[in-house]
Design a protein around this ligand. Sequence first.
Ligand code: FAD
Length: 498
Amino acid sequence: MSNAADTNKASPTQPRKLSTVSSWDFETDIAIVGYGGAGACAALEASDADSDVIIFEVASEAGGSTKLSEAEIYMGGSGGTRVQKECGFNDETEDMVKYLMMAGGPQANEAKVRCYSENSVGHFNWLVDKGIPYKNSFHKERAIMCLTDDCLLYTGNEKAWPFVEQAKPCPRGHNIEAEGAAGGPFLMKVLTGHIDTRDNIDVKFETRVVALIADEDNEVHGIVIKMNMKEYTVKARKGVILCAGGFVMNDDMLQKYAPDLLKATEKIGNPGDMGTGILMGMGVGGSAINMHEGFVSLPFYPPADITKGILVNSQGQRFINEDCYHGRVGYHLLQQLGDRVYFILEASDDFEPPMFLCADYAGTGETLEELEAEIDVPAGMLKHTVDFYNEQAAKGQDPLFHKSAEYLQAIKPPYVALDCTPGRGAFFPYFTFGGLDTTINGEVLNVGGTAIRGLYAAGRTTCGLPRTGAGYSSGMSVGDATYFGRRAGVEVAKQAAR
Ligand SMILES: Cc1cc2nc3c(=O)[nH]c(=O)nc-3n(C[C@H](O)[C@H](O)[C@H](O)COP(=O)(O)OP(=O)(O)OC[C@H]3O[C@@H](n4cnc5c(N)ncnc54)[C@H](O)[C@@H]3O)c2cc1C
């Protein structure tokens, strides 16, 4: 153990000064922080480019949130992936670009969107080549995730207003050929299987990266790690890649940067999602952007039929087209004034409660007046909303939010209201989107937009493809982590060793 480790205390936001490091305990070309999807893909590409890599992982096994996920991946463009083509979909790159630009909202990053869309079919082929199976089948039911081994599904707002008006819809969610929610474990098993065969990749588990090592110009030369209760220094001759996930498990960071997300109820992620990668980048001047944004879901479907109901706020007014993605609904739900949100439905004999929502019954009524009284909405407001909705639905239109005709149907008595108010029982999972500002090759940018030498990042440690909950589609996160992880690996491998 080097004596340098004792000379100044290291923490994520306080890089160890290079001048205080008198010797290195480990040396490698590339040090990767975190062994989830981004870290694994970065390591494989760097290894292919003949660089030596060490991956440092705080947990005792690989996977992170990638392993916990279904690993649905958003892919398309260039005429379509093999699966899209076989299922009869022609997906032009420009349509994917248009959609992803809308999905990113005002903070969309065009360079990342273009790079991802133009190379997405290549990424699909890379995954297939690695051994990820995708069946040539289309799952046409409205679903949050595919619980069968079918592959292709709509996983976002492609068919919903206003997206449908600007970008030709196409299903781009690719589900691995595995039954149930087994995609993430499968993906990580395949990636780690390859890594295990590479002589130039070493993995150190149960090893926490505690700080970067940087010179007085903030150029990054290595990392400080903690292993078996001792600190060690690691020299990274070509660079460090931060792939340490997001910050959903760090309440202080959530309170500081994304307090609105705390209204949701279930953090989804792994215990390592403490934001240390982001903090380390900030500690050497990295710019952290879009930190207030995240994915918040109200998983109200399946069954798809629930989409025929309406969501109303405390004022008894609609605020969204219910045929859009559950994450867009969650985003807009958190923006509502007042302290209640309800799903209003017809309590028909074959009424099936939503599979994942876990919402309590807030009230029932033979008439809308009765229901209004039970759920404490100002008298007349809910009746006005439902009467107007029904009148327009009879004409096959929704002039307020343009719900598609497929789900437009008058809501008839008896009525039921499900309580979708955050904190009152319904399931509201969430995770963060904010992170380090990076180029398409993973270079971490400072506030002036200049790349910090020696420092790269990918996955949820960065602000990548997913930019806002208002436009998120399932598959954008694992897609972003794996694809931009690969690019970072290629880029760092090209650097001259220092
Ligand atoms: C239940 C669930 C379902 C999801 N489903 C999908 C889906 O189907 N499609 C989709 O696109 N997205 C999905 N997501 C989101 C997606 O899984 C993640 O955003 C993405 O996988 C993040 O990948 P990553 O490589 O950036 O981070 P991770 O896979 O989380 O890897 C980060 C790793 O870094 C390690 N680490 C952190 N700090 C340190 C440190 N200081 N030192 C050493 N190691 C450290 C962590 O232990 C972890 O192993 C889902 C998420 C969850 C939780």
